[in-house]
Design a binder for this molecule. Structure first.
Ligand code: FAD
Ligand code: MLT
Ligand code: ZN
Length: 460
């Protein structure tokens, strides 16, 4: 160890895995944004809670910033380490600690992947219902820190709904047991909920007690082609009124173009500007209701075409059209927007925003998709070949400012589920009032007095 501080850490914790190889620094210093050049001091991979506490205490003594790190699938730059920070990866802390059949809870270490949690729940005939395409790589710690959403929010809500307890190492190294799995606990501030969505700035989640639930009834997956954005809202209202929805997701023809180019299979012929992938409970009565809803939508001119999956493989193929979009766009390193509105505000907002984006990006590929049933739109912008990265980002940031102002007028949020991180930091004030931000800063000061946990993320 050439760095004296690291040498001291290694002396203090002889069994700690500490990486300083340039390829490791590069690997652990970035997330899916790929915008910042990774430059961490080192990467620590603790094996237990005591090591996490010791690292945080060491960081306090030496004034070293710490970036908590899960699967680094984040899309807002939250896990980026570009300024000599210590990356604290939870990757080795990835075990199930407890299953309680009476409470129907699963307690897992923070580094466990979402997919591994799904599998562990399944072993007990239950499900953990938060789900999205990064399931194989993202971690429960990262899901908690971003309050991750995904494709089943319309039925089950965000990560927040499923966290019964958290164990957290605060910024001074103290260990906090938050809520301990209780269903009811009216004993003052619920610090567990402060941790959820805190983006690694208040503490390091070391384990989480997750609520599990019964698997849903058998379902069916349908792909619909729609003629217009207005029709999207009509079809959503129709399907929500008549069916018990598990998911209601949308994509545009531009998104479809990218996902097809990336290996997904076309399921509906012809050119249609909008598509919906929806999944709903499907007993016999519901199947009739789905057919009737579909026919009504066709008669009204809201639906142009549709296909219903006849097998699990077909259902998976339809889902791929929606779930494969992020990966298909990744080589372009898109500028991502992840916005949230009340569903009732969507039609008016969409009217304003289409005009804004049409004028702002006349020659750009703008890719729309997302969780329309939750009022959550992903608007990804791709860099034209003749524009430098720097000019591209500058242009996108200018448009995001206008987008943020429009969102503010419609009462929306600049981040629905990806978090503020580095990418949306300049726009926090469009979603949160100055008074709220002052309180958030105050909370951070209490949990992390020296400001060493993920500095520069969320706030300046
Ligand atoms: P990281 O990227 O490692 O970190 C994210 C943030 O959490 C950082 O601020 C980090 O410092 C902090 N953090 C990580 N671990 C801890 C910990 N133990 N304690 C405290 N802080 C911690 N997100 C959605 O919400 N919905 C989606 O539908 C969705 N789909 C996606 C699809 C793809 C293909 C990809 C690549 C990403 C998608 N995401 C989605 C974004 C991402 O997967 C989520 O934000 C996820 O929760 C990040 O988890 P992670 O372990 O990768 O966290
Ligand atoms: C999604 O819904 O697919 C994700 O949030 C990922 C993205 O926005 O790219
Ligand atoms: Zn999403």
């Amino acid at each position: 160890m050439t760095d004296a501080r690291l040498a001291e850490l290694a002396d203090r914790l002889p069994t700690l895995r500490l990486l300083t190889d340039p390829s490791d620094l590069e690997h652990y210093g970035r997330d899916w944004t790929r915008r910042w050049t990774p430059k961490p001091l080192a990467v620590a991979l603790p094996g237990d809670v005591a090591e996490v506490q010791a690292i945080v205490r060491w960081a306090n003594e030496h004034g070293v910033a710490v970036v908590p790190s899960g699967g680094r699938t984040g899309l807002s730059g939250g896990a980026v380490a570009a300024n000599g920070e210590l990356v604290l990866s939870l990757e080795r802390m990835n075990r199930v600690l407890d299953f309680d059949a009476v409470d129907r809870t699963l307690t897992v270490q923070a580094g466990m992947t979402l997919h591994a949690v799904h599998e562990a729940a399944k072993e007990h005939g239950l499900i953990y219902p938060v789900d999205f395409a990064a399931r194989g790589s993202c971690s429960i710690g990262g899901n908690v820190a971003t309050n991750a959403g995904g494709i089943r929010v319309i039925r089950y809500g965000n990560t927040r709904e499923w966290i019964a307890g958290l164990t957290v190492v605060a910024g001074n190294g103290d260990l906090l047991q938050l809520n301990r799995g209780l269903i009811k606990n009216s004993s003052g501030y619920d610090l567990r909920h402060l941790m959820i969505g805190s983006e690694g700035t208040l503490g390091i989640v070391v384990d989480a007690t997750l609520r599990l639930t019964d698997p849903p009834p058998p379902s069916q997956v349908m792909l619909l082609a729609l003629p217009s954005m207005d029709a999207l809202m009509d079809v959503f209202a129709l399907f929500r009124a008549r069916l018990s929805l598990q998911a209601f997701e949308f994509l545009t023809d531009v998104a479809l173009k990218h996902v097809l180019a990336h290996g997904a299979q076309r399921a509906i012929e012809g050119d249609h500007p909008y598509y919906v992938v929806t999944e709903f409970d499907a007993d016999e009565a519901a199947q009739d209701a789905a057919l009737a809803a579909f026919e009504h939508g066709m008669e009204q001119g809201w639906i142009s075409d549709g296909v219903i999956a006849q097998s699990e493989a077909q259902a998976a193929a339809l889902w791929r059209l929606r779930e494969g979009i992020t990966e298909s766009l990744a080589p372009h390193r898109p500028y991502k927007n992840d916005i949230s509105l009340r569903i009732s505000a969507l039609p008016a907002f969409l009217h304003d925003i289409q005009a804004l984006l049409g004028n702002a990006y006349p020659h750009f590929d703008v890719v729309w998709f997302g969780h329309i049933g939750d009022g959550n739109l992903h608007i990804n912008v791709l860099r034209p070949a003749d524009l430098s990265e720097e000019d591209f980002i500058a242009q996108c940031e200018h448009v995001t400012k206008l987008l943020a102002e429009t969102l503010q007028r419609h009462g929306g949020s600049i981040s629905a589920e990806h978090g503020i991180g580095l990418v949306k930091r300049p726009y926090l004030g469009s979603t949160r009032s100055a008074a709220e931000i002052a309180l958030m800063r105050g909370v951070r000061q209490v949990f992390d007095p020296k400001g060493l946990l993920n500095p520069g993320k969320l706030f300046d």
